[in-house]
Design a protein around this ligand. Structure first.
Ligand code: PEP
Ligand code: MG
Length: 574
């Protein structure tokens, strides 16, 4: 019987194939009481299971396949850290001794207690980590129960399979590189979960948060995964299957055609050049950026160097990372954003007691409150400027006072390098992110003091519409086409043109092909996005005539009503 399931489309495109169920069901932990003389042997059995999982994770870490997403190593690291936490690796031993119970039972009880603690955390990102705790605990449980591990996955050449799982851990994702799945679907996972982040960088059609897919789908069922609409159709009627086969073939053909655009110039029909740059999180992402033909790095989110660790990266460590990117991009521009932690990106060394972290001490506010952290980073950035075309980008500016303070610290860092005789490029451009409505409205004052601006539309939309970008409950209200948002973008672009200062968009809007032509019509000539979207955006650029789009974009700005905006957008994209 055909039916459909609805979830969150995490990664675009369509996949059609047969379901391959992933044996990941929760294992039932048996419970029995031990004779006193067997207690120490049980403790040793538990310790051996933990050790075998640690070795498994280490093995994964040293055999990360070529081309695996850059985040994978960090995620395996997170699982290793969870495993090392005494809550999981030591407290069950105490329980075994205190209650003379078997290791599986002690582990299951301790896991539930730990997960309950995570569930009470307010911070979305941290709360999501309860899935990681569960995944690590399951691995230990399987090791204890002599579970053979995952059923061997079918080889890639046996036809297209769709992986159906209750949940997937980052280490499971290694298998995606070795077994060419057409897509995957899971019951669990929020948009900020590690698996969602990895899915996007693998660029596989996927739908998450389906709740009951694993229970309702049988091995071998035909599935259609619509990663665009977030829908899975199980056992589709022949007519639907045919329709999606056509869409899928079309999509595959388009993906293939896009590859040919890699070295084509990014120029509009009326001859305007458009810079298409890549957003990266780690130095190892440079390879993908170059592979997609990026003209430079438009946003290196440096905070990823600061996450998943208890200490701060020192000046030398940061310098090495920035230099690697600057050199790797071979004289192409590399915009490195200074530390933007706080809100959904929390770090262990920062006690975040904000009532509302998105409005709290984050990004530049935190750096100005902790100038030593900022100075260390700025010195590392200037040192790297000697080896490539580094540009410095300041996040979350709201007032000119903040900008003045930041510029004074930047001046001090430069002075200290000069005194020490360390080479750097004194002309390194310094830019600011426009992601708070006040900064957009006052863009002219910011632009006068800075070399360039970059519109962080993810936050600009969040703050303009008062919508928490991580909250599923209001996700449907998150609207890049809201007239308020568009006028702030348009105003900032106009200021840039007037003062001759480059303005880019580096939020998700830049990689959304439905918005490329509108942004071009508003005068944008510099886009920065996840490298996976770059060629599709280039295709749009090459098909656009800015002279014709500009009047339509102006019309859309004046439209006001959502239906009218959609109507004009359709004309822009026609
Ligand atoms: C943005 O806010 O649009 C942006 C690019 O920064 P981030 O997504 O890292 O907050
Ligand atoms: Mg931002």
């Amino acid at each position: 019987m055909s039916f459909s399931l609805h979830g969150i489309g995490v990664s675009g495109g369509y996949a059609i194939g047969r379901a391959q169920l992933y044996s990941h069901e929760r294992l039932e932990a048996p419970h029995y009481i031990l004779r006193p003389e067997h207690v120490e042997a049980e403790v040793a059995r538990f310790a051996a299971a933990v050790e075998s999982v640690r070795e498994e994770l280490q093995g994964l870490q040293t055999h990360i396949p070529e081309g695996a997403p850059a985040e994978l190593s960090a995620f395996i690291e997170v699982h290793t850290l969870i495993l090392s936490d005494s809550m999981l690796s030591e407290l069950p031993k105490r329980l075994i001794r205190a209650e003379q119970c078997n290791a599986e039972w002690a582990l299951a009880r301790q896991t539930e207690a730990l997960i309950a603690q995570f569930e009470s955390i307010d911070d979305d990102y941290l709360r999501e980590r309860r899935h990681d705790v569960r995944q690590v605990a399951d691995k230990v449980l399987k090791a204890l129960m002599g579970h053979p591990g995952h059923a061997p996955l079918r080889a890639a050449d046996e036809g297209e399979s769709i992986l159906v799982a209750h949940d997937l851990s980052p280490s499971d994702m290694v298998l995606f590189k070795r077994h060419a799945f057409a897509g995957f679907i899971t019951d669990l996972g929020g948009t900020t979960s590690h698996t969602a982040i990895l899915a996007r960088s693998l660029n596989l059609p996927s739908v998450m948060a389906l709740h009951n897919a694993r229970a309702m789908i049988r091995e071998g069922d035909w599935l259609i995964v619509d990663g665009i609409a977030g829908v899975v159709i199980v056992d589709p009627d022949p007519a639907i299957l045919e329709e999606y086969r056509l869409r899928h073939n079309q999509w595959r053909l388009e993906q293939k055609k896009l590859r040919r655009l890699k070295s084509s110039p990014s120029t509009t029909l009326d001859g305007g050049h458009v810079d298409l740059m890549a957003n990266i999180d780690l130095p190892s992402d440079v390879k993908q950026a170059l592979g997609e033909g990026a003209a430079g790095i438009g946003l290196f989110r440096s905070e990823f160097l600061f996450l998943n660790r208890a200490d701060l990266p020192g000046e030398d460590e940061q310098f090495e990372a920035y230099r690697t990117v600057a050199r790797g991009m071979n004289e192409r521009p590399v915009v490195i954003r200074t530390l933007d932690v706080g809100a959904d990106k929390s770090v262990r060394w920062m006690e975040d007691s904000s009532v509302n972290p998105a409005l709290g001490l984050r990004a530049i506010r935190l750096c100005l409150a902790e100038p030593q952290i900022f100075l260390t980073q700025i010195r590392a950035l200037y040192r790297a400027s000697h080896y490539g075309k580094v540009q410095i980008l300041l996040p979350m500016l709201a007032s000119l006072n903040e900008l003045d303070q930041a510029l004074a610290l930047i001046g001090a860092a430069r002075g200290s390098l000069r005194v020490a005789g360390i080479p750097f490029d004194p002309d390194t451009p310094v830019g600011g992110m426009i992601e708070i409505p006040a900064a957009a409205l006052a863009a002219e004052w910011f632009a006068r003091k800075l070399d360039f601006l970059s519109l962080g539309t993810n936050d600009l939309i969040q703050y303009t519409l008062a919508i928490d970008r991580t909250d599923d409950a209001v996700a449907h209200l998150y609207d890049p086409l809201n007239p308020g948002v568009l006028s702030l973008i348009e105003h900032t672009l106009r200021v840039g043109r007037k003062l001759g200062k480059p303005v880019s968009v580096c939020g998700e809007m830049a990689g959304d092909t439905r918005l490329t032509r509108l942004l071009l019509g508003l005068g944008l000539t510099r886009f920065s996005m996840h490298p996976a979207h770059l060629l599709a955006v280039k295709q749009q650029v090459m098909r656009s005539h800015v002279g014709e789009l500009a009047p339509l974009a102006r019309k859309l700005l004046r439209a006001g009503r959502p239906e009218r905006i959609q109507e004009i957008l359709a004309r822009i994209n026609a």
